[in-house]
Design a protein around this ligand. Structure first.
Ligand SMILES: Cc1cc2nc3c(=O)[nH]c(=O)nc-3n(C[C@H](O)[C@H](O)[C@H](O)COP(=O)(O)O)c2cc1C
Length: 378
């Protein structure tokens, strides 16, 4: 199957699986430990059922929305994912271009393989920067400063990464802990000549981090050993708040009391997230946390959710429960691996079409019409 023939996100996932070497697909697709949270993210959407309104005139519908106070073609952000350059050459740029052409924001990861300046120049649109807080704070601050200068409108501090989750698929391929690939992984790379010729010939690097390190530093070793700061806590959030002049989101919140702390620290919005089931296995899904957090926040900040969004109807469910919109993690990356920028565009078009149908079938003409009474727990 070609990516253009994919009729849903699962089809794109199947193509990605075929095209990518096993270690890359495992990195994109996998979760932590027993992958219970990875599964729970999908189950949370499946458990929520619609209570559709009938006989509503739905001949004119709009899937557009407002995210962080500005218009977006869909209530969707292409969320931050690292190492996209392994799925497709210049993968970050392909994601950013497809997002910008689809009229939705692109959130770039700190561990991306394109420069913030290149994204701003080559993919004009709404750009957000996800920031990991490094033990060497200076590096995080320098990357944020460059994103500010490049016109990024929002920074996202990821809070659920004091250590890397135990991702057993990556441990088996050798990607973790330090890219010491097993013989089987190396042979499997050789069995993917197209990937070798397009991706591996120009080894993707963490260019944004590399630029802030002394010349000659091994950036992969730096990322492996000294990257994430387990002492990152609420006082640091306040410091970032004081220094970053634009919108600031906190990603990784799953509780109402943490949402309150985030508001007290001056955060503009929350991304309810368990990192796509890649960190704490056994964590609840963001969708399950949403009603409690939405009640506590009471409209004082934007709420976005992520984890397990594979259907337009999933987007509708999250909005009905009180989210402004969703972040997509794997869905666009499956599209990327299946067909580059056009594959990402196809993934976004599939979700837009499904969301539009869901609006019509639930008796809504707009995203803002998706109210809580339209869903119930099964
Ligand atoms: C391959 C991959 C890489 C990711 N890299 C990052 C990252 O660099 N920073 C971050 O905050 N979240 C990262 N995430 C988490 C996503 O932003 C998002 O929270 C999660 O993927 C949502 O779940 P979904 O993939 O089921 O949509 C990554 C997720 C995946 C799948």
């Amino acid at each position: 199957m070609r990516f253009g023939d994919a009729i849903n996100i699962e089809d794109l996932r199947a193509i990605a699986k075929r095209r990518l070497p096993r270690f890359v697909f495992a990195y994109v697709d996998g979760g932590a430990e027993d992958e219970r949270t990875l599964v729970a993210n999908r189950e949370a959407f499946a458990r929520l059922r619609f209570r559709p309104r009938t006989l509503v005139d739905v001949s004119n519908r709009a899937v557009s929305a407002r995210l962080l106070g500005a218009p977006s073609a869909l209530p969707v952000v292409v969320g931050p994912t690292g190492l996209n350059g392994l799925s497709w050459r210049d993968g970050d740029l392909a994601l950013a271009r497809a997002a910008s052409k689809a009229g939705v924001p692109f959130a770039m990861s700190t561990v991306s393989m394109s420069l913030v300046e290149d994204i701003a120049r080559d993919a004009p649109g709404r750009h957000w920067l996800q920031a990991y807080v490094f033990a060497e704070r200076r590096i995080t601050e320098a990357i944020l400063g460059r994103a500010r200068d490049a016109g990024f409108e929002c920074a996202i501090l990821t809070s659920d990464f004091p250590v890397t989750g135990k991702r057993e698929r990556d441990l088996r391929t050798g990607l973790l802990p330090a890219q010491q690939f097993t013989l089987a992984t190396k042979l499997d790379m050789l069995a993917h000549p197209r990937w070798l010729a397009t991706v591996a010939t120009r080894r993707p690097r963490f260019v944004n981090i590399e630029r802030e390190l002394p010349p000659g530093t091994d950036v992969n070793a730096f990322v492996g050993h000294s990257m994430f700061d387990p002492s990152f806590c609420w006082d640091d959030v306040k410091r970032f708040r004081d220094r970053w002049p634009r919108k600031l989101l906190l990603k990784g919140v799953l509780r109402a009391d943490d949402a309150e702390r985030a508001l007290a620290a001056g955060i503009d919005g929350l991304v309810l997230s368990n990192h796509g089931g890649r960190q704490l296995d056994g964590a609840i899904s963001a969708l399950d946390a949403l009603p409690e957090v939405a009640r506590a926040v009471g409209g004082r900040a934007s709420i976005l959710v992520d984890g397990g969004v594979r259907r337009g109807s999933d987007i509708a469910k999250a909005v009905a429960l009180g989210a402004e919109g969703v972040l997509l993690g794997r869905a666009p990356v499956y599209g990327l691996a299946a067909g580059g920028e056009a594959g990402v565009a196809h993934a976004l078009a599939i979700l837009a079409d499904e969301l539009d149908r869901t609006l019509a079938l639930t008796g809504c003409t707009s995203v803002s019409g998706l109210s809580q009474d339209l869903v119930e727990q099964a």
